[in-house]
Design a protein around this ligand. Sequence first.
Ligand code: 1PR
Length: 589
Amino acid sequence: MEAAPFASSYSASSLSSRAVTAGSLSPTSSLLFRRNNIRNSNCKFKSPRNLSVRASGDSVVTLLDYGAGNVRSVRNAIRHLGFDIKDVQTPEDILKANRLIFPGVGAFAAAMDVLNKNGMAEALCTYIEKDLPFLGVCLGLQLLFESSEENGPVNGLGLIPGVVGRFDSSNDFRVPHIGWNALQIKEDSEILDDIGNRHVYFVHSYRATPSDANKEWVSSTCNYGVDFIASVRRGNVHAVQFHPEKSGDVGLSVLRRFLYTKSATTKGPTEGKASKLAKRVIACLDVRANDKGDLVVTKGDQYDVREHTKENEVRNLGKPVELAGQYYKDGADEVSFLNITGFRDFPLGDLPMLQVLRFTSENVFVPLTVGGGIRDFTDANGRHYTSLEVASEYFRSGADKISIGSDAVYAAEEYLRTGVKTGKSSLEQISRIYGNQAVVVSIDPRRVYLKNPNDVEFKAVRLTNPGPNGEDYAWYQCTVNGGREGRPIGAFELAKAVEELGAGEILLNCIDCDGQGKGFDIDLVKLISDAVSIPVIASSGAGAVKHFSDVFTETNASAALAAGIFHRKEVSIQSVKEHLFKEGIEVRI
Ligand code: 1PR
């Protein structure tokens, strides 16, 4: 299990957002006051570029991990670059650090709460004031600002003027902002020197905006409906809103530039065509134990993963860690693992699956999603595990997002029946603790053909291609347990309900199209991507590069996922990207 230095004082339940209001007398209030005075007296950070004095020869990086999410990827990236990690245990560890990385994860209020309680907030401010090498990531950038509206207002460290606010989803921009976006680099920030016109990976719902008051800090911005701050820099103090540890080679170069002395790095290539949020191409690995007990990547036809031979064995398309590594090298924007027997087996008993995640995250520096079996469970010894514990174990093992299937269907049914959000479903609990950007709901719908759309209480669509008996309509019935059981809820109703319950993204499969290679179900993807304002990943049915451009031009999908064509090497990820690029669709090259 990953060491979480503050784990003893920082349990999942203590993370439930206890807002420190702007008016309350928290330790941060006095810091904010101090920082304001410091800013007014203008005694720090005067000439950033002259202050680049990173320690050389020292291979230790101090990491501030307060145990709220997947910091494993940052650890892996640091180790990959040849550095050892020293975890912060006490505020003194911060003050003694030669270089400090602060990969903030979770919610703003909960993070400030922990930092204040442990005396870390004060130590962080002192460290930063001394202009010692610092890199904040994501929430690690936001916490430097005066306050955040996330469950707030909540005071931050108060080093940078400005309030962190939520993206506005009313202007057609989906929130969370998830994916690979372009930067407008304002000044030579050193650590951004290799990025040029290439995409970096963002995942967040809150952002800080540039203003006259903070313009001396802003080193790059990004546009997502509005211009927001993508990075700040003053002297040796850096912070980035994007995730370098999840931005592939480009991201690793940001970390490398921070970690190594100036002389050890030379300006790298900056070719690229990034101009806005890219459509994502995702490789999916359905994983299960075969009849010999080995964990294999398998692939079904309409969810049937067994060979149609006398032996009837589980189809074996390769080894999960190897294939994931290959897809990373081939340019996949994300990799998803679905533990497809998770509904039956207890995932925490399924140690090989956790090992797959651990090993994969050592070498794959793009986002990893894992799904299957995320629900409450009582094991053979009578020990009860909450879905939150199951998810936490996945996060600790290297997942950036978890995906919930069956349990989200039950939660949505209950919510639609009672109209009450209990806060107790796995979906609600995990998104409250880890943020909704970390929670994907995987929908497994099956078409039910209709002559008349009014024959059912669920949303039906007029089909582009009529059904087998000439039916002009269909509704999409949600299923659970890997497609084995149909439920009294449609994909449209489910998608809207889970968005309200806290899902950050929807993985939209289609049992009819799965493994058929005839293209995505455009009618379904259009229905769902128009119904919600969170990102939708179109899945099932890709058979040719054109199917990807079709789904992106005809629907509002943010990403497209495929499995079989990649596993069987019929179509490469690179050829999909090249095709999309030629068609004028923004992709990460
Ligand atoms: O219900 O929370 O335990 O989650 C179970 C998860 O496992 C769900 O996300 C469900 O979609 C998935 N799952 C369960 N059984 C199967 C199966 O195939 N027998 N796989 C299964 C779902 C569908 C996609 C597939 C795309 C693309 N597989 O993930 O990768 O359809 O395939 P294609 O490009 O080859 O057409 P829970």
